[in-house]
Structures are given as structure tokens and as C-alpha cells.
Ligand binder design. Structure first.
Ligand SMILES: O=C(O)CCC(=O)C(=O)O
Length: 257
């Protein structure tokens, strides 16, 4: 899959593009069923807050052939190769769980902040892709982005602790206020199967899920092999050290390997 010229222009200017309903109901049903199986495993890769709240899991490809195939799906890898060129590997792969009435919120940050700070990624060349496993609404903790913020590159940050995961280099309120005054705020919503692709310097955050509905999202980040991390400090389920380039597989291969 490739971005149309207008979408490519929007990605360059805004730093993100949203595709409502890119994955169909059968694909999402299979990914959700497999998600439930993975979450029931006893894994070091799971993310839990001290309160016991289950916040997510990482490196699903290690325990799931379906999730391993998703990394190679030509819709995702095709878009990434269009933007970054060939020879990409997956730097980080996770599911973030926002349980009904859950407490998880993520501070304002750019994904490149932790990737430089914790992993020693040389340049902000990676991209992130979010895949909605559930409908995302204004009520269940959507991600909020500041269009155009990616153009500022890496912005000065302060590292703050976040329950259940590694500390996040985060953007101070005054910085966010300035960026939002310029670019505004958007929170892409949509049915299960929607996809958002965004630049690693895109400023984003999300609040708590105040609703009785779950908001679970898969994230994967593709990075050029030439930009592979140099100074890893975290377990490999947070930051892969397998730099083997991924080859695209056709959409039909996802459910019928
Ligand atoms: O899922 C979310 O609400 C935000 C996740 C996020 O920004 C992250 O894990 O870096």
C-alpha cells in the first residue's frame, strides 16, 4: 500500500495520516483473539502498574505467528517503505491497553525522546503506526496529536516516571502550549481496524479511559537498519536488537499463512 500524493503531502506537513477502517472485521477479530491469548501468558514483556492495572504487552512477535506476520503486512510495511525506503526492522512492538475506567494516561512526548534517551537511536528517522483493536472515541482515551510539531525535531524534554513502563522523556506544559497554539490539537477517532501513521517527532499524549469501553491499540515502529540503535539500556522487548530487515507479505497472508 502507498500514500496517494495528497496523503503524502499531508504526512509531510502534519506529521500524521489517519486511515479509518484499514483492517477488516475478520482481521481485527483474529488479532483480538490472539491478544487475549498473549495477555494470558506469563511474560516478562507484559506492562503492569504497581496498582495491578494491566497496561500492555511488548514484543508480541516472539510468542505469536499472527503478530509476527502483522509486522510484514504490505499495508503497514509498504507505507513505511514509501516514507523511509527499504531495509526496515521493527524497533518497538507493543499493545497499549486502556481498560474501562482505567487510570493509564501518557504524558506529552515525542517517540524519538525515549528512543534516543534509552536506546541510542542515532536519528529521528523511525515512524510509528497505531492499529485500533477497539473503536476509539472521545470518551475512551484517544491519542491527541499536535499537527506540525514533528517539524521542530527533537524538543527539549524532562524525564518523568510513568507507572508500569520505562520513564518517558516528556514535553513541559509551556512547550506544549506553544506547539498547540501553532498547530492545534487533533484526536483521530474511528472504528476498530483504523490506522494512524505518525512521525517519531510528533508530539502526542493521551488521557485516562473514562468510559465503560476498552481502548486497546497495537503500535509498531519501523526503523531503517542503517539507523539501528547504538546504546541500548533496556530489555530487548522494549527496544529490539534484531536488525534483520523485514520483507513485505501480501494482505492475504495475514490470516491465511
Ligand atoms: O496508547 C496511548 O494512549 C499512547 C501510547 C504512547 O504514546 C506510547 O506508548 O508512546
Amino acid at each position: 500500500m502507498r500514500l496517494e500524493p495528497a496523503q503524502l503531502q499531508r504526512y509531510r506537513s502534519d506529521g500524521l495520516v489517519h486511515f479509518p477502517g484499514l483492517f477488516d472485521a475478520a482481521e481485527i477479530a483474529a488479532l483480538k483473539m490472539e491478544q487475549a491469548r498473549i495477555l494470558a501468558l506469563d511474560l516478562e514483556a507484559h506492562l503492569r502498574a504497581a496498582s495491578g492495572e494491566f497496561l500492555g504487552t511488548t514484543a508480541m512477535d516472539r510468542v505469536s505467528p499472527l503478530y509476527a506476520r502483522l509486522l510484514r503486512d504490505e499495508r503497514l510495511l509498504g507505507l513505511a517503505e514509501q516514507l523511509l525506503g527499504p531495509r526496515l526492522y521493527c524497533h518497538q512492538y507493543k499493545i497499549i491497553l486502556k481498560q474501562p475506567f482505567g487510570k493509564l494516561s501518557l504524558p506529552w512526548h515525542q517517540d524519538y525522546g525515549p528512543w534516543l534517551h534509552h536506546d541510542g537511536m542515532p536519528e529521528p528517522k523511525a515512524i510509528s503506526i497505531g492499529i485500533y483493536l477497539d473503536e476509539v472515541t472521545e470518551f475512551n482515551g484517544p491519542i491527541v496529536y499536535i499537527p506540525g510539531s514533528h517539524a521542530d525535531g527533537l524538543i527539549e524534554y524532562e524525564v518523568i516516571p510513568v507507572p508500569g513502563t520505562t520513564p518517558i522523556p516528556s514535553l513541559p506544559d509551556a512547550t506544549v502550549a506553544k506547539l498547540a497554539a501553532r498547530g492545534g490539537l487533533v484526536a483521530p477517532k474511528g472504528p476498530p481496524g483504523s490506522v494512524t501513521i505518525f512521525d517519531s517527532c510528533m508530539a502526542h499524549a493521551s488521557g485516562q479511559n473514562q468510559s465503560p469501553h476498552p481502548r486497546n491499540l497495537i503500535y509498531l515502529s519501523y526503523n531503517p537498519v542503517s539507523n539501528a540503535i547504538r546504546k541500548p539500556t533496556r530489555p530487548t522487548h522494549f527496544a529490539s536488537q534484531d536488525f534483520t530487515p523485514l520483507t513485505p507479505a501480501p494482505r492475504a497472508a495475514l490470516l491465511a499463512p
